[in-house]
Ligand binder design. Structure first.
Ligand code: PBG
Length: 324
């Protein structure tokens, strides 16, 4: 292939031609919309670090979920902010916990929506860590039963899928086992398999009020320097029973998404995280970029890298554009 016989520009001349040979299609059917639920009535407070995202009480959350479904968004991912936090994250697995209430309300009132729940203790512990603390360390094995109990309580409330984000070793098989023993053999697990210790989660920690009181998350989340380790994490989670494996964050980890998609024949999700979202919003507000166009380019790039599913705070905005 050489000039002048081959001219790549020939096929770029018109929109129709470009569309005809487009290799990647974004589809609203592959988006998951994360939402934050709080106690109270008629609460809808914007999260200042994530413009366009809100802390919502259950009544307002139901409206938002209905709107998402009407835009064709197939799924939401629920995060709860409890009223009280304690050492063992009790509200995470309480029958009347905030997420459990939200699941019930949405399942009762909204059709055609997959309700997925985040399974991790960090929003529920007073120290803000993802597991129990023993002698100043996050105690992996003592945390596993609580995560399984949390996942079970979500399933009992009516959740359609659970998504463990804690990065404790062995939690996928712990959750699968407890779900199966209680008759929830058909509830899929989307595991945060390759979750990095990332500074891109900054805005989320304000949203979930879950910044650790001491230390950081580097003893359980992955080192951004590692790629082969991500493949091992994914392989473990698949062996333990994960149905979807996730890479998080997305943008600085497109190579990881690509490698996982090449290596495994499992659905891959990518989490376009809070920092990735808020940077676009900030630059758009400053007039430095066209936020909508950058959003669509980012989502397309994540798909092109190999993600089947994208979890994104842009879901509603993107759905509107995709609807035309
Ligand atoms: C943990 C959890 C986090 C995110 C999703 N689940 C925060 C963390 O690990 O510190 C981050 C999501 C985002 O930044 O958008 N429950």
């Amino acid at each position: 292939m050489y000039y002048p016989f081959y001219r790549p520009r020939r096929m770029r001349e018109t929109k129709l031609l470009r569309k005809m040979i487009s290799e990647t299609q974004l589809d609203v059917a592959n988006l998951i919309y994360p939402l934050f639920v709080v106690h109270g009535d008629q609460v809808k407070n914007e999260i200042s670090s994530m413009p366009g995202n809100y802390h919502m009480s259950v009544d307002m959350l139901v409206k938002e979920a209905r709107e998402a479904a009407s835009l064709g968004i197939p799924a939401i991912l629920l995060f709860g902010i409890p009223e009280k936090k304690d050492e063992v994250g009790s509200e995470a697995y309480a029958d009347d916990g905030i997420v459990q209430q939200a699941i019930q309300a949405i399942k009762n009132e909204v059709d055609n929506l997959v309700v997925i729940t985040d399974v991790c203790l960090c929003e529920y512990t007073d120290h803000g860590h993802c597991g129990l603390i023993t002698d100043g360390h996050i105690d992996n094995d003592a945390t596993l039963p609580l995560l399984a109990q949390m996942a079970l309580s979500h399933a009992e409330a009516g959740a359609d899928m659970v998504a463990p984000s804690d990065m404790m070793d062995g939690r996928v098989c712990g959750i699968r086992d407890v779900l199966d023993k209680n008759g929830y053999t058909n509830i899929p697990i989307m595991s945060y398999a390759a979750k990095y210790a990332s500074s891109f989660y900054g805005p989320f920690r304000e949203a979930a009020l879950s910044a650790p009181a001491f230390g950081d998350r580097r003893s359980h989340q992955m080192d951004p320097a590692n790629a082969l380790e991500a493949l091992r994490e994914v392989s473990m989670d698949i062996d333990e029973g994960a149905d979807i494996v996730m890479v998080k964050p997305a943008l600085s980890y497109l190579d990881i998404i690509y490698r996982i998609k090449q290596e495994y024949d499992f659905p891959v999700a990518a989490y376009n995280v809070s920092g990735e979202y808020s940077m676009v919003k900030a630059a758009d507000r400053a007039g430095w970029i066209d936020g909508q166009k950058v959003m669509m380019e980012i989502l397309l790039s994540i798909k092109r890298a190999g993600a089947d599913i994208i979890i994104t705070y842009f879901a509603k905005e993107a759905a509107k554009i995709l609807k035309g």
